[in-house]
Design a protein around this ligand. Structure first.
Ligand code: KG4
Ligand code: ZN
Length: 335
């Protein structure tokens, strides 16, 4: 089964071809980051227009790279939500138009299911069941995964997502969008122990998260340093390190609890923040103590991409699922 996957939920146009027998054949990504950077964040209307410009050329590019033609496709999968409504509509419209013209099935995929399954594209994929930490710009969730489509929510953020907290902290520190990688880079110059930030909601049982208080704490720390005339590059880096360490420790503590409570020995970490090196290091140390294992996607498949959608769509197709002829675009959609 050859499936074309289309991702257009936010600011990356991602396209990929996944074959149920041969695996991932080709993938391509166009990132709009440079365009949105001037505005300090994603401008939804500009995102939709750019998806319109880039999507079909990218589809042709991956088909050519894999030596396939449109007629070889068995199905088209696209991100149906959650995401920006206009951006989702572009992917959904193109997917449905292709499927209609080729008379093949079309499947709308949940964006977070795509992230969750992205580590399955690696050489040594995790076996079921596992606990998944989904950490992106819009979500922070712990999920127990017993199989494709069998997901039980264990905990989630009651306010900001971890990626969102990284992005907002970056802005406060005068760094460009997207903030996560930039905060991480600045933190490399930070000195340990200069600041200690809170680890929200770790002092009580449960698997929920909260990152909005940490954001306020960061803002207050920056303002205090500014008022004292001490906010130089070194202090900025110290604050970035203290923030990153607090997020990493908080996520690590909750993952440990989820593994212990569920009895699972496998942890999967997915979504943009899973590219964070300090997080990976913290989780690896933790799972070693529990004699458990941690799995990630390769860095380019941690953030938004078409490969995860092609893979998730292929799994659903093989499970006999098909959508009707209505385009699905759901901006807010719990998994
Ligand atoms: O999964 P993703 O590409 O898009 C969403 O579905 O949201 O995640 C993007 C988020 C952004 O908040 C970005 O700042 C964050 O992931 N991110 C990182 C890193 N790389 C991306 N956060 C921390 N460290 C990183 N290395
Ligand atoms: Zn995403």
């Amino acid at each position: 089964m050859l499936v074309l996957g289309i991702e257009t939920s936010c600011d990356e146009t991602g396209v990929a071809l996944y074959d149920s027998e041969r695996g991932l054949l080709a993938h391509a990504l166009f990132s709009q980051i440079d365009m949105h950077a001037d505005y300090g964040g994603v401008v939804p209307e500009l995102a939709s227009r750019d998806h319109v410009r880039k999507l079909l050329p990218l589809c042709d590019e991956v088909l050519a790279e894999a030596g396939c033609s449109r007629q070889d496709l068995d199905a088209v999968a696209y991100t149906a939500g959650p995401g920006l409504i206009g951006a989702l509509m572009v992917g959904g419209s193109v997917a449905h138009a292709l499927a209609l013209a080729l008379d093949i099935p079309v499947l709308g995929v949940h964006h977070m299911e795509g992230h969750l399954l992205a580590p399955m594209l690696e050489d040594q994929p995790p076996a079921f069941p596992f606990v998944a930490l989904l950490v992106s710009g819009g979500h922070t969730q712990l999920v127990r995964v017993d199989g494709i489509g069998q997901y039980a929510l264990l905990g989630e953020s009651v306010d900001d997502a971890a990626g969102e907290a990284f992005d907002k902290t970056a802005k406060m520190l005068g760094l460009d969008y997207p903030g996560g990688p930039r905060v991480a880079k600045l933190a490399e110059q930070g000195r340990e122990g200069c600041y200690t930030f809170p680890r929200p909601m770790t002092d009580r049982p449960g698997l929920d998260f909260s990152f909005s208080g940490l954001k306020t704490y960061t803002l207050n720390t920056i303002n205090d340093a500014k008022a004292a005339g001490a906010l130089d590059d070194q202090v900025r880096a110290d604050i970035a390190l203290a923030f990153e360490t607090a997020v990493v420790e908080t996520l690590t503590i909750k993952c440990r609890r989820a593994l212990e409570a569920s009895g699972c020995k496998r942890l999967v970490v997915a979504g943009g923040v899973s590219a964070n090196k300090r997080l990976r290091h913290g989780l690896e140390t933790m799972v070693k103590r529990l004699r458990a294992e941690v799995f990630y996607a390769r860095p380019e498949f941690c953030t938004d991409n078409g490969a995860m959608i092609a893979y998730a769509g292929c799994q659903r197709l093989m499970a006999g699922q098909r959508d009707g002829d209505r385009i699905i675009a759901v901006p807010r959609w719990p998994m």
